[in-house]
Structure formats: structure tokens, C-alpha cells
Design a protein around this ligand. Sequence first.
Ligand SMILES: [Ca+2]
Ligand SMILES: [Ca+2]
Length: 274
Amino acid sequence: MKKFLVFIMALMTVMTLALVGCDSNGQQSTEQGLDPNAPKSSPFAFQGNVVALEAVIDGYNNDALWQDPNRVEVQFANCEVTIVRRPTAVYLFYKVYDVTPYRFVATGDADEVTKSDSIEFYFDSQLNRANVPSGNCYQVNLGRDGRTRILAGATNSFDKWLALYNFEVREGDFNNGDYDYYYVEAVVPAAQMNMTADNAIGIAFGQVDRVDERNVDLQKYYTWTGIVYKGNFVDPQIPSTYVVLSPVSLISGEPNRLYTYDEYCSLTGKGGKA
Ligand SMILES: [Ca+2]
Ligand SMILES: [Ca+2]
């Protein structure tokens, strides 16, 4: 139903300048913008910004990557989520049950994603566990209709973020018996979030279910649900409540999973910053 192979949260003009490496005079300097040693003339000009994808981002989870032995599988709200950490990127796959395929459109602003059928994930990429969204915190909203909004932690809140990432949204198929579901496959390069290959991060989730087809900007027409993990509500606006995502299992012989921060500290002997 919807095909969004690559989405760039930036004005197309900005992105075009970044990809062709235009200098400040508007002249093309091929690949200059992607040289890690070159001056940072655009927000996309740094090493690791673009990675070789290890899955086909098509809304289907039949790639070998999704069977990674260190994958984390979690359920919350009406979502089944699989997360795979690779050295260069984080991959997420959502299967979402939602029988009311609605969205809200007024001006078309990206903020409307949060009032439409959509999924959300949040990273605290250095496990800083601040009490408010801060540096190294990131928010991604992906709408069932293909719209998206991405934010980065600023001073006590989330603010607009420029990043390059890939995702696709796919509707279920009546013939496959999954008509009441939609799927989101996404990948975000780690370097864009100051993540390294092996550091544990904080993570939070959300799902918005617009439940009424009336195109009205009232909260009663949609619901937001986050995750309660081991009895603790994970509040996306409070990174200190996030659960911990480790690249590999912290318990020998057991599958990888999410960990509470207390579990993480107990299992690793670490505390405070990761
Ligand atoms: Ca795929
Ligand atoms: Ca809905």
C-alpha cells in the first residue's frame, strides 16, 4: 500500500546539497561532503552516516538479519517488536495490530504523525539516564501513512533532528490473513546517535492508535500506549525510566532481551553511565 524506501527528515534542498557535496557557493564537489576528513559543511557529512544495509528494508521480516541470535523480541500495546543491533546500525521491525487505519491531516506538519496511527521508539544512546530528554537522546515517530518525525534531545526537551535513515511501512494482506496488521521495518545508523558497536543503550517505545476516522484534532480520537516492563512504566519523556538494550545477552546461555536498569547494573557491575 505504501512504499517509502528512504525517508530523509530534512528539506529536500538540504539533502540534495549534502549528497552531491555542494560547497557554500553552490558548486558541486563530488563526494566531498562524504569525506570524513572534509570540513563538516552539512549535517550529513560524517563517517558512518550512510551504512551498507544488512536487510532489505521492505516491510517484510524474511531477511537473515531478523534471525540474529542476539535479537531482542518484545511486546507492548498491540505491537510485536524485533530489534537487532549491528555494529553500524540499529534495526527495528514492528508488527502492529490495528483495525482502524486512520490518520489526522491538517497542515501536513510532521507533528501530526503523533495523532495518527504510528509507532515510536526512543534511544538514550549513551545510557545517560537523565530525567529529561537531553544530549544523546533520540525520538523516532513512524506513521502508518508513511509520514515520520524525528527528534533529538536538546535542553530539557526533544527538538528537531536531521538524520538519514531508511524505513518502509507495509499493510497486511487480506489473502495472507493479516489484514488487521501493518508492519514497519526501519534502520538507523549508529554513528548518527553517537552509538558504538558494543555500548548498551536505553530504549523506550510507543504506539499511537487513531480510533476514529473523523479528522479532528482532539485527543479522544487517538490513544497512546507505551511499555510497562517488569512492572515499571517506561516514560519516553523521562530517559531515566528507559529499559536497557544490550547488543548481546547479559546472561550466558539465555536469549538476549531487554533488561531493567537494575538488572543491567547487577549483571554487568556497572552503574551510572554505561
Ligand atoms: Ca525486510
Ligand atoms: Ca488505528
